[in-house]
Ligand binder design. Structure first.
Ligand code: SAH
Length: 234
């Protein structure tokens, strides 16, 4: 599974968005708008200054750069080559350091297990054929006591309405075909995958987002987009 856990149509779709990744008003707009909320969520649970952090499915590096700016030593991986190229170019503009690598998380886990204080995997699991394999590899990459942070879309009618009907068809915020409802992940399914990977779930929180006002906040209800934090036992 490790070599083939990627949907090439998915990474190609992201590659087509590469040039506009850092345009706050482009297709990555929700990622830009959500970024302070997720950075804050991570910073509340991990001391980022001096931490070794891995960002899995990093895209153009919106979260990776924010983690680096907060003082973490960041390795970031993705399998979309053009997106990674934009991520690397953007470092010249921002002046931060991130070690971008084009490789699968399963391959990195085989190479350097137990290396990271924190692993982040945001808005990525719903694009992968076998999310459980990604979570297993993320767990292997953590040091004992390290934390995994995941965000994804819940498989609810409301998430379908917001992320697919609203964002792709209504507001045309995202290209059609960006999300597939069947690949959305219920919190209970994520919790099971985390447990199977030997991690202890510490928190599940929802993210509220209004694309019109660009308001984003951490909330209690996980019906659309949500964050999870899980810890590898020490
Ligand atoms: N995590 C970033 C980007 C989310 S977009 C953020 O939240 O800001 C989803 C990203 O997952 C894309 O960059 C896409 O290329 C990547 N991706 C999809 N399948 C992947 C896989 N199997 N391995 C690594 N990255 C993958």
């Amino acid at each position: 599974m490790s070599a083939g856990n990627v949907n090439a149509a998915e990474t190609a779709r992201f590659d087509r968005l590469a040039a506009r990744w850092w345009d706050r008003d482009g297709e990555s707009r929700p990622l830009h708008d959500l970024n302070p909320v997720r950075l804050n969520y991570i910073a509340e649970r991990v001391v980022l200054k001096g931490a070794r952090v891995l960002d899995v499915g990093c895209g153009g590096g919106i979260l990776s750069e924010a983690l680096a700016r907060a003082g973490a030593a960041v390795v970031a991986i993705d399998l979309a080559p053009r997106v990674l190229e934009v991520a690397r170019l953007h470092l010249h503009e921002s002046g931060v350091r991130v070690d971008y690598r084009e490789m699968a998380v399963e391959a990195l886990a085989a190479e350097i297990p137990g290396m990271f204080d924190a692993v982040t995997c945001m808005e990525m699991l719903e694009h992968v054929p076998d999310p459980g394999s990604v979570i297993g590899a993320c767990a292997a990459l953590l040091k004992p006591g390290g934390r995994l942070f995941v965000s994804t879309l819940n498989r609810t009618p409301l998430a379908f309405a917001a992320a697919i009907v609203g964002a792709e068809y209504g507001l045309r915020l995202l290209p059609r075909g960006t999300h597939h409802y069947a690949q959305f992940i219920r919190p209970a399914e994520l919790a099971l995958a985390l447990r199977n990977a030997g991690l202890e779930l510490e928190d599940l929180s929802g993210i509220a987002y209004n694309p019109l006002t660009r308001y984003a906040a951490k909330v209690g209800n996980t019906r659309v987009n949500y964050l999870a934090c899980a810890r590898k036992p020490a």
